[in-house]
Design a protein around this ligand. Structure first.
Ligand SMILES: NC(=O)c1ccc[n+]([C@@H]2O[C@H](COP(=O)([O-])OP(=O)(O)OC[C@H]3O[C@@H](n4cnc5c(N)ncnc54)[C@H](O)[C@@H]3O)[C@@H](O)[C@H]2O)c1
Ligand SMILES: O=c1ccn([C@@H]2O[C@H](COP(=O)(O)OP(=O)(O)O[C@H]3O[C@H](CO)[C@@H](O)[C@H](O)[C@H]3O)[C@@H](O)[C@H]2O)c(=O)[nH]1
Length: 330
């Protein structure tokens, strides 16, 4: 069963590609390298440079590689950017996903795993969030992903495409063996940015908002290790291959950490101090997002191996140091 990994040169997609290679499963990567890196794709894995919205290209990849399942990571991911450029986000995340789904249907691909997000949930629902919590995205990013979920649900009914939409909470950390990590220098994610500050690559960290209705006033998120997330995708592929019904499932640990707690963890684990500057709230940020992950556990048999904030931070820091060494060597 060849798996087409879109966005496989990116952060999460490269970890999924590694997970498939580790299991000896055939894989082909499609990525336009807009935010991904050619070097993130393991040696020996076929790579096609191009856009998921290019139906002619995707049709050819499906036929030439005998693709039986698609794992769709490709997309634009920065929540505040989606507030300033909503149409760009609807184009890359929604319109091009529609084209990819159409290519899957036309090419006879029967299984599809999609990178959805906790950003599809509305504010104010009781936590932890189950999949049945009201869907009312605060940001265009969340809306662009929810529209793709809806297209998949309709395509599944109409054309028999079986899908798993995995709603990731906040993905962080790096491959424990140091083979992959979050490489984007302009990354905006808290653990990545704090790791860069700890490694001396930034002079400070801004803390966006201290007046949220949370225990310490800063936003609360459910941080999940990227390797545990890749494992959930492998299980989702196996579940669909075994005839499992289409599903939507949260991927998180069910425990929240505030921005202040994350910063403390990064300082503790790195042993480095860095400047933390209070800043205004960032557009599009909900106060709190914490998953109820029981569906992924019961339906997919998912059990996390790295459910520990300090461990996640330790792996992120190790990757940051590796990047710094490579930069120094370049
Ligand atoms: N990082 C998180 O915390 C998080 C949380 C929830 C959901 N997600 C979703 O997970 C997926 C992967 O995120 P990531 O953190 O690895 O981001 P990333 O930017 O590292 O990876 C995205 C990859 O997709 C590629 N890409 C973008 N548009 C493309 C297109 N039109 N055609 C082909 N390739 C394209 C990029 O070059 C990049 O390699 C995204 O869909 C994102 O929305 C991420
Ligand atoms: O320099 C920084 C960066 C972030 N934050 C705060 O840290 C929290 C987490 O932010 P970030 O790491 O940027 O993640 P989110 O905005 O929560 O979004 C991530 O998590 C979502 C799921 O919860 C995914 O859908 C998105 O793709 C992914 O970027 C938020 O309160 C931010 O305001 C700061 O205070 N300072």
């Amino acid at each position: 069963m060849t798996v087409l990994v879109t966005g496989g040169a990116g952060y999460i997609g490269s970890h999924m590609t590694l997970a498939l290679v580790d299991l000896g499963r055939p894989v082909v990567v499609l990525d336009d390298l807009s935010t991904g890196f050619r070097s993130a794709i393991p040696d020996g894995v076929p790579f096609v440079e191009g856009c998921v919205g290019d139906e002619e290209l995707v049709g050819r990849v499906i036929a030439e590689h005998g693709v039986e399942a698609i794992v769709h990571f490709a997309g634009s991911i920065v929540v505040p950017d989606s507030v300033t450029d909503p149409l760009g986000y609807y184009l890359n995340n929604t319109v091009r996903s529609r084209a990819l789904i159409a290519s899957a249907v036309a090419g006879g691909v029967k299984r599809f795993v999609f990178s959805s997000t906790a950003a599809v949930y509305g504010e104010g629902s009781s936590e932890p969030l189950t999949e049945t919590a009201p869907l009312d995205p605060v940001s265009p990013y969340g809306a662009s992903k929810l529209m793709t979920e809806r297209m998949l649900a309709d395509a599944s009914r109409a054309y028999g495409l079986a899908y798993a939409a995995l709603r990731y909470f906040n993905v962080a950390g790096a491959d424990p063996e140091g083979r992959a990590g979050q490489s984007s220098a302009r990354a905006t994610h808290l653990i990545k940015v704090a790791s860069q500050a700890a490694a001396g690559l930034r002079d400070k960290l801004q803390m966006f908002g201290e007046d949220y209705p949370t225990p310490d006033g800063t936003c609360v998120r459910d941080y999940i290790h990227v390797t545990d997330l890749a494992k959930a995708h492998v299980l989702a592929l196996d579940y669909l291959a075994a005839g499992g019904a289409s599903l939507v499932a949260n991927c998180g640990y069910g425990r929240g950490a505030s921005v202040r707690e994350v910063i403390s963890s990064v300082k503790r684990v790195s042993g480095a101090d860095f400047l933390v500057e209070p800043a205004p709230r960032r557009d599009g940020d909900p106060a709190s997002l914490v998953a109820d992950p029981s569906k992924a556990r019961s339906t997919l048999g998912w059990t996390p191996d790295h459910d520990d904030l300090d461990e996640i931070v330790g792996h992120a820091l190790a990757w940051e140091r590796r990047l710094a060494e490579r930069g120094a060597a370049a």
